[in-house]
Design a binder for this molecule. Structure first.
Ligand code: AMP
Ligand code: MN
Ligand code: MN
Ligand code: MN
Length: 290
């Protein structure tokens, strides 16, 4: 039973590393009771117009969205931009630059995997890619599962795709400050994605939140597919301490792959400002039905 709006502000389509097209995602969101939805493909706005139209057709409210890859303190951090205008030139240019190098990185990942006997990973992973600009580790994971090398994506990442493993290639993504500026410049609100997933020391994490806030960041995901109850408690506190609005998003990538389905999260804890309250003017409401 939801007392607040059932908002799902984090999801992926075939325009990045999700397995459903934007239209299928919108329908699934509506079927699952989502009332406000955002498609947040990695470093990519190519699905936004389709998502807006599909949300309209499915009768649900919609916000523009993107999930930007950032390098902070030598680690990859994800920043979700909500309410962004997909036509914004500076945001588009920043994302184009952030996407650059993904293909070269994929070739190097495949070389690393070949050294441990896994041949053909580049072609293998590319067969799962719909958007040639956006080959992600997820596509390698699907290939390694479907060829029987690993049982699931989690095993692939643990054995092959994280730091220190044969398919891991360090990569430099966008800067934190420029990312927040691109999002704000495009009319959006910047949100730290799934903070519970980063391997920061407390000092580094404090620096992330402080610098994010200083750059004009306004929100943090408190509820997301990868957060356990301890994470929810911790980031509820952090949101209050840093005066950040709270977001809620499944981070759905596809049926059978994501732990949490679209719309399948509890209400935000009390005492937090839902991030969508800061985005009322950016929400596209569905057309009233006749
Ligand atoms: P990339 O942007 O190419 O580095 O790929 C990052 C994506 O890999 C994330 O957005 C997730 O979809 C996926 N991913 C990262 N870590 C894991 C994990 N431990 N298990 C499953 N998927 C993961
Ligand atoms: Mn992903
Ligand atoms: Mn992410
Ligand atoms: Mn995501």
């Amino acid at each position: 039973m939801h007392h607040l709006l059932n908002a799902d502000l984090h999801s992926h389509s075939t325009l990045s590393d999700g397995t459903l097209e934007p239209e299928a995602l919108a329908r699934r969101a509506a079927d699952n009771g989502v009332e406000l939805w955002a498609l947040t493909d990695h470093d990519e706005l190519g699905g936004q117009a389709r998502a807006a139209a599909a949300a309209q057709a499915a009768g649900i409210a919609w916000l523009g969205g993107v999930e930007i890859s950032v390098t902070f303190a030598g680690e990859t951090v994800h920043v979700v931009g909500l309410g962004v205008d997909a036509a914004d030139a500076a945001l588009q240019a920043g994302l184009a630059r952030t996407r650059e190098g993904r293909l070269q990185r994929a070739r190097e990942m495949a070389e690393g995997l070949a050294k441990v006997g896994l041949k053909g990973a580049y072609e293998g992973a590319l067969a799962y890619v719909h958007n040639p600009d956006l080959v992600a580790r997820t596509h390698f994971a699907r290939w390694l599962v479907d060829t029987g090398v690993c049982r699931d994506n989690g095993e692939v990442f643990r054995r092959y795709l994280v730091e220190g493993k044969p398919g891991y290639v360090p990569h430099r993504w966008a800067g934190l400050g420029e990312t927040v500026r691109w999002i704000r410049g495009a009319g959006g609100v910047a949100v730290i994605a799934h903070p519970g997933r980063y391997k920061f020391t407390p000092t580094e994490e404090y620096a992330l939140f402080s610098e994010f806030k200083a750059h004009g960041g306004e929100g943090v995901e408190v509820l997301t597919g990868s957060h356990g109850t301890a994470d929810v408690t911790k980031y509820t506190q952090m949101a209050k301490e840093f005066d950040l609005a709270a977001s809620r998003g499944s981070d759905f990538h596809g049926p059978g792959e994501s732990r949490i389905d679209l719309g399948d999260l509890p209400d935000l804890p009390g005492g937090l400002q839902p991030v969508w309250e800061r985005l009322q003017h950016r929400i596209r409401q569905p057309a009233p039905t006749a």
